[in-house]
Design a protein around this ligand. Sequence first.
Ligand code: 3H9
Length: 718
Amino acid sequence: MTNQLKGKVNYKIEGNIAILEVDNPPVNPLSNGVRKGLADSINKANVDDAIEGIILTGAGRSFIAGADISEFGQKPDGPDLHTTLREIEFSKKPIIAAINGAALGGGLETALVCNYRIATNNAIVGLPEVNLGLLPGAGGTQRLPRLIGPSQALKMMLSGAPIPAKKALSEGILDAISENSLIEDAVLFLKDKLGQNSHPKVRDDNKKIIEARGDDNILAEAKGFASKTRRGQFAPSKIIACVEAAINEDNFDDAMKKESDYFLECLVHPQREAMIHIFFGERAASKISDIPKDTTLHQIKTAGVIGSGTMGGGIAMNFANAGIPVLVLDQDEKNLNRGIKVIEKNYQIMLDRGRISAKQKDAVMSLITPTLNYEDLSDIDIAIEAVYENLELKQKIFKNLDEQTNNKTILASNTSGLDIDAIASVTKRPDKVVGTHFFSPANVMRLLEVVRGEASSKETMATVMALGKKMKKAAVVSLNAPGFIGNRMLAGYTYQANMLLLEGALPNQIDNALESFGMSMGPFRMLDLVGLDLGWRARKLAKIKSPVTAKISDALCELDRFGQKNSKGFYNYSEGSRAPNPAPENEDIYRSISEENGFTRREIPDQEIVDRCILALVNEGAQILSEGVAQRSGDMDIVYINGYGFPIWRGGPMFYANKEGLTEVVNKIKSYAQLDKNFWKPATLLEKLASESSIFGEAPSEDAREPKLTFKKDITGV
Ligand code: 3H9
């Protein structure tokens, strides 16, 4: 039985042409109403003798954004997509897809069953299913290789990245680009073809497939690419298997059957659910529960970045990439020049790798202007301070900004852990002060923690979240509390890694266990990358005794082992290489420090390593949720996937815990409490949810929250 239909297809006639418009705002996914509407409209046009050709287009800003993602995992409802696409492919009258915006996934697959394709200049096409743990299951794996060759098709399907219309035209996905009115051009294109006896069908175009037969390199290259870029993921090998079938099966429908079988395998795989959780989670994270969608935004037309170091430079690149002119201020001319050179070099690398054109490089560089004077910032819409972590220095800068910028300018700090309210307190506009915690390298990493101060206004928050979207960041709101979300959770994870080292595991074992779990980099390789000397120097400067968990890394620093920067740390590195090699010479140090501190080293199973590190994230996450510092558990998943290398296919730490079962999580935490009862105390919220057989979700309502962690408590002693 069909439930309520979602979406429709509008039917219009212009002379002898029927125009079918997919109408399912905001992005026209192929929901049940659209599938039915398409099949009905094609039939209607086919039985109408006055109609000679059909145009298929989308209402609003998208053509079709693919299958309706919210339907996956639900009971199938309404006509299935394959039946609808067959109606289109075997239509008696020729059909042209007039692609007016994004044609993604099932959207592009719909266009590929049309006889012709024309698009606007700013349209994009792609098969991003791999990002959802899926494969293009409506013929995409069979038809795209026929149009552009298996090798190119594999690249598109394994990267999941869409391509712009111009490229799609040159690759052969499109037949034409419309520079004027899309529908008028589509009518002209179609009328030109009406006299033909037959019209091309992609399924019949076997030339590129046959050429690829016997070429083992195509699949081998794809496998290499997938293992490098999509470690641990299930769908990529199935995509490759589909293309293998496209190349080798003589019968199109036999290969389509294989695609359907592999699609089903992906659909029921737990990775699909995890990755779709992340798709919707990212969109949920962009919404702030008490801030209405229609809140007026302050238009960000110009920006300023204070500090031209690595972070400042990366943030400035984000503005330029989003087309926003940005002033980069540094008080030291030498630093400023060096900072601008680094930015230029970063864009040059992108140019050398073919990621941008020379014209694009010139365009972004022309948006970045260095300055030594605060007065130049008087007209900017937002300033982001990105100097080193020192509250007094930041307060001085904010005072300056408050005086020098117009009273509408939003003032943001890129602090990774200082109190935003303390920074806001020196200004006369605390409502316009907010934290924008970018992750290094800021021009690459997608995570942006937007820190909401006590006084940050709704307009300020909504504006900065919209700016994050414009910069293509995964923006997540955190209340102003120590460590915000990500670093607060990280503290326990790093603590456990260091305890495991003291208890008997070696860095290599700990890193390998966590990397096998799916983390992009184990904690000790990460520490080597960041530099062991940072904490050691800071502790020395502040005359702070090393906590037990820092004793080994401090001892390594005493021996000049700072990490990658001088080719030795927890690992050894050969000159010019970042590949870590075990450092057996450290093992005596590990043993003696363990002994001095009362640890009896033992064999530790890999599962214990994973459990202790990951459950430390989960338990702190539960506490963060109970305080309302994060709005929902999914926000923490977005943070960990985009900022800390947590595997997307596990859906983030909180989703992982939900899937493991919160009772199981509590039991494990309680059993580890026998090793360290001070550390392992299940968060009250976690215990409550477990006792109710429930899962993590929204933060408790304000009156049911636990008090927020205050800035007095030190969580950095790891
Ligand atoms: C597929 O096609 C499988 C087939 O091969 C085989 C089938 C057998 N469905 O991103 P936005 C919602 S798999 C349902 O903020 P933008 C989204 O949740 C699909 N809902 O807009 C949001 O809702 P809300 C392959 C969808 O302008 C709202 O629309 N396709 C879908 O920044 C606005 O979204 C993809 O993976 C969907 N397909 O970006 C494409 N798409 O307002 C996925 C979006 O309640 N979509 N929504 O938060 C996108 O990449 C972007 O949405 C797009 C627009 C680029 C289109």
